[in-house]
Design a protein. Structure first.
Length: 103
């Protein structure tokens, strides 16, 4: 194989490196940080500043985000596989029916 013809996009899916997660929109990020800040205020005796909450949020996104993302992908794959199985049953056409219809 010539190195000029090698393209990483042609690798099998298991060996492709996933693209980095796209960042949340500023609006969603603000809502998430506000929710986390409210949670911290209600759960902890010491006040937690906004900067600390943002750092905690960034850590959780970087460290736990892929965990939830991967589980979501697995769930979607299972759901799609179920739909494909059902589709096969829905659209299946019985072959060799000409003679049965003639009777």
């Amino acid at each position: 194989m010539h190195s000029a013809s090698w393209n990483p996009a042609h690798r099998p899916a298991k060996h492709r490196k996933a693209e980095a997660m796209k960042p949340l929109s500023p609006t969603l990020r603000k809502e998430a940080v506000t929710s986390l800040e409210q949670f911290c205020d209600e759960q902890f005796d010491e006040p937690v500043g906004n900067l600390a909450v943002e750092a905690l949020f960034d850590f959780m996104v970087a460290e736990l985000g892929p965990l939830f993302y991967n589980q979501g992908v697995k769930d979607a794959q299972a759901r799609i596989q179920g739909v494909i199985t059902d589709l096969d049953q829905e659209v299946y056409q019985e072959p060799f029916t000409f003679w049965r219809r003639k009777r």
